[in-house]
Design a protein around this ligand. Structure first.
Ligand code: CUA
Length: 355
């Protein structure tokens, strides 16, 4: 009776776990539906190790069941001692050799995949982007194209993109589950790997290393577009001049407030300077800002007035952060939402999340 109850509990537990995990399956945020080269090579390893370990499990269970049934102590055998096998060279050799062979079967492809993803020999034939982690946002520097963005990483589909990862403060970890495995982002060295997206779409990226109070809010997006659209985006970004924007009077006032409040001393818009805060060049096209917020005027006003409330311990609110009224914050929000350098945006690619 107890045995059956235990089994029912185990089944219920397993069922709930499966149900819970199936919620992790959104196509733009799961390593289990690979959409890029690194994720596919990880998935191949997952399948290989799962098959090998399942085979081990099945064989062990089979042997256990056979032994339990065949070699039960029977009536009249109370004093019977089976044949002892300790010290058997044959048996010791077999059960030492089998695990070693299994480990080799799993280790060789794993090590090969690791070296492959970190191989930078061909980097000169491909696009190179420097990724810098900050508490709690990401900066992307398109070295070859002289473009800078934050939070949104645009890449062309079907092409290798080499990423040089470094940190300006503490340890972070760069992870786009659908496209590639994690790679550490360190202050003291540069780690390099490449990614390649197979399909157009907006992929969710995460920081995967506990880096402070807002670690869980350190999200970013990868927008994979067709190579033609990518070239268009590069052109648009390169020729974008925020001074040439046609603004209505409210947004124009917002622009002046943005400058008067010295926002520019931390935030670059476009290619200038080495920013302390996120580059706002394509701010109006972002699907999220501050990593996690919908880009509505209301959210922006809340953010500008008290960023610490939303994202604890972020570096925006320094000691003499200006007092900004709700009205002024609203005008600045209107201006920031006008920063749309390109027709190519996250809206121009298929929405994988809804599939
Ligand atoms: Cu950066 Cu966690």
């Amino acid at each position: 009776m107890r045995g059956w109850l235990g089994k029912t509990k185990a089944l219920v537990l397993l069922g709930s776990l499966l149900l819970l995990l199936s919620g992790c399956g959104k196509e733009n945020l799961t390593a289990l539906v690979p959409k890029g080269y690194g994720a596919q090579s990880s998935m191949d390893l997952i399948v290989l190790t799962t098959v090998v370990m399942s085979a081990v499990f099945l064989v062990v269970v089979l042997i256990l069941v056979v032994v339990l049934i065949r070699f039960r102590k029977k009536k009249g055998q109370e004093d019977f001692i089976p044949k002892q096998v300790e010290g058997s060279v044959t048996l010791e050799t077999v059960w030492t050799a089998i695990p070693i062979i299994l480990v080799i079967i799993m280790a060789v492809p794993t090590v090969m995949a690791e070296f492959d993803l970190a191989d930078t020999e061909e980097r000169d034939d491909h696009r190179n982007i420097t990724v810098t982690g900050y508490q709690y946002w990401w900066h992307f520097d398109y070295d070859d194209d002289e473009i800078q963005t934050s939070q949104d990483l645009y890449i062309p589909v079907g092409e290798r993109v080499y990423l040089d990862l470094k940190s300006e403060d503490v340890l972070h970890s760069f992870w786009i589950p659908s496209l590639a495995g994690k790679l550490d982002v360190n202050p003291e060295n540069v780690n390099t790997f490449y990614i390649e997206a197979y399909e157009e779409g907006v992929y969710y990226g995460k920081c995967a290393e506990l880096c402070g109070a807002s670690h869980a809010l350190m999200d970013f997006k990868v927008i994979a577009v067709s190579p033609e659209d990518f070239d268009q985006w590069v052109d648009d970004m390169q020729s974008f001049d925020p001074e040439e924007l046609e603004l209505d009077s409210v947004a124009q006032e917002g622009k002046e407030l943005f400058e008067a409040n010295n926002c520019m001393s931390c935030h670059a818009i476009g290619g200038s300077g080495d920013p302390l805060g996120p580059n706002l060049a394509s701010f109006g096209d972002r699907t999220r800002f501050a990593g996690i917020l919908d880009p509505t005027k209301e959210n922006l006003v809340d953010w500008i007035m008290d960023p610490d409330e939303i994202k604890p311990d972020n570096k925006m609110k320094f000691d003499n952060y200006p007092e900004i009224s709700e009205e002024d914050a609203g005008k600045m929000a209107e201006y920031l939402m006008e920063l749309k350098p390109s027709e190519i945006t996250p809206d121009t690619v298929p929405d994988l999340a809804s599939e």
